[in-house]
Ligand binder design. Structure first.
Ligand SMILES: Nc1ncnc2c1ncn2[C@@H]1O[C@H](COP(=O)(O)OP(=O)(O)OP(=O)(O)O)[C@@H](O)[C@H]1O
Ligand SMILES: [Mg+2]
Length: 462
């Protein structure tokens, strides 16, 4: 989380940026007054590029000057693009008779914070901008410090406005304040490591090191010495004393990733360390006291691993004092366009110059894909599409999401039924925020049936 996460309450003596998209003539006569009122106008060449310009300038409010008919014709596209920049509050400037057109009215009503009819009254606009700015600040707070603020700690940015992510932000804040271990669970690519970093950065240990160890990636013969260190001459090849990863996390946080892959004998050693807060290096005799906070993550079900005899139950209890369960991307209602736009902005220097954003079809395809591999996969797909795209807007084909839609035709009826069933259940559970009774009512089945179907499809409550 960026250290400057909290936005300050607005101070009128500080210049505030406002993004403008549309013909410059529309506001040309008002720029003087707006400037006097403390607004600095940033001109974005198109709506698709608005998030990028907002990111650079830190703007929280935007104005769209509608004059061309083209805007009316593309009302739906405008709406989608505005929906992608949820951090910004938009104000529309519209020609006198535009409000009479149903498509236009709908667009203004759904995507804009407010509108003004032309010709423009600059002072009135300044007041509306002030209100919109205040509201945007409120929203920005809940976004954990502004997704557009890409200049600080890009690795620890967490994007997401869904209820599921709001809950995660709250949990991160709560567990950051205590010293107990936290177990972070969730499918691959859901942001477990990012969450661990966020906990560290919000804790009193933030000035200390954050040491991540992937327990699955260490070679079995070296893992003991990697974690605990060794003394000189303790085994062939130990030419020098080596400080292990646990010790190097002193006064900071140790993140044990893929803890489920830790071999049994190491589990025993780790348990001893967690109980006694001391280690001894391989070949060493003395106990060394080590002050670290332990966070662990796993994408496997540790309870099943305990049943299979692959994971120590006592170690599980030690690590699982507090638990954070990362939601899969397919359950995070509304976050996919937000993340896609964030990835687009973050990797914009890699993209082909002509590429300006996502097509409606691409947004639709992303929203309806299941995303096994979650955010990691979304990042890969979007980055690839940004390079491969040959048009102005990224299409489902560029994202590799087209084939799936075509092959839908070839699935068996049973497969189609299963997939429809699973997605209805996921949708109902997401809407009822994990309440099984409410979801069952919505689906028109009993709770028992719903539990059975959830088990059949491997769906969990939240
Ligand atoms: N909320 C988020 N906002 C933006 N980027 C995110 C978010 N969550 C995850 N990411 C990004 O997605 C990628 C995967 O995240 P991370 O490595 O934390 O997931 P993980 O759960 O540890 O995955 P794995 O199980 O594959 O190790 C990273 O590049 C991370 O920066
Ligand atoms: Mg990981």
């Amino acid at each position: 989380m960026p250290k400057n996460a909290k936005l300050k309450i607005s101070d009128p003596s500080i210049e505030r940026s406002v993004l403008y998209v549309g013909e410059k003539e529309i506001i040309a006569a008002s720029t003087g007054i707006l400037k006097e009122e403390g607004w600095s106008i940033i001109y974005a060449p198109s709506l698709a590029e608005a998030p990028q310009y907002a990111s650079k300038s830190g703007a929280l409010v935007g104005v769209v000057g509608f004059s061309q008919k083209e805007f009316v014709d593309h009302a739906h596209r405008v709406e989608l693009m505005l929906a992608q920049s949820t951090m910004l509050k938009w104000i529309a400037l519209i020609p006198p008779n535009a409000a009479e057109q149903p498509a236009f009215r709908q667009l203004i009503g759904s995507a804009f914070y407010d509108y003004h009819t032309l010709p423009l009254d600059a002072l009135r606009l300044s007041i509306t901008l002030g209100h919109a700015f205040g509201m945007a600040e409120m929203t920005a707070d809940t976004f954990q410090g502004g997704q557009w603020d890409l200049h600080h700690h890009p690795e620890s940015q967490m994007v997401g406005a869904s209820d599921q992510m709001q809950k995660i932000y709250q949990e991160i804040r709560k567990v950051a304040g205590v010293e107990a271990p936290v177990l972070i669970t969730g499918e691959s690519g859901t942001g477990k490591e990012l969450t661990a970093q966020a906990i560290h950065e919000r804790s009193t240990r933030k000035e200390g090191p954050f040491i991540a160890v992937n327990c699955g990636a260490l070679p079995a013969n070296l893992i003991q010495s990697e974690l605990f260190g060794h003394e000189k001459g303790s085994f062939t090849g130990a030419h020098e004393r080596k400080i292990g990863r646990i010790e190097s996390a002193t006064d900071g946080t140790l993140f044990l990733d893929e803890i489920g892959d830790l071999p049994m004998d190491l589990q025993t050693n780790l348990l001893r360390f967690l109980q006694e807060k001391t280690i001894h290096r391989v070949g060493g005799r003395q106990d060394i006291e080590v002050n670290v906070r332990v966070l662990a993550a796993t994408h496997i079900n540790l309870e099943a691993a305990i049943k299979d005899g692959r994971f120590r139950q006592d170690l599980y209890y030690r690590l699982n004092v507090l638990q954070i369960k990362m939601p899969p991307l397919r359950d995070r209602v509304g976050d996919i366009p937000l993340l896609a736009q964030y990835i687009f902005t973050r990797f914009s220097d890699e993209k082909a110059h002509r590429v300006k954003g996502f097509s409606e079809e691409a947004l639709h395809a992303m929203n309806h894909y299941d995303w096994p591999g979650n955010i990691r996969k979304l990042i890969n797909r979007v980055r690839r599409a940004m390079v491969m795209c040959e048009k102005f807007l990224i299409s489902p084909v560029d994202l590799g999401l087209e084939r799936r839609t075509n092959s839908r035709m070839q699935v068996t009826l049973n497969e189609a039924r299963d997939s429809a069933e699973a997605s209805s259940i996921r949708g109902a559970l997401a809407q009822s925020r994990g309440s099984v009774s409410m979801a069952a009512r919505q689906l028109g089945i009993s709770r028992v049936s719903l539990y059975r179907l959830m088990e059949k499809h491997g769906i969990s409550k939240s």
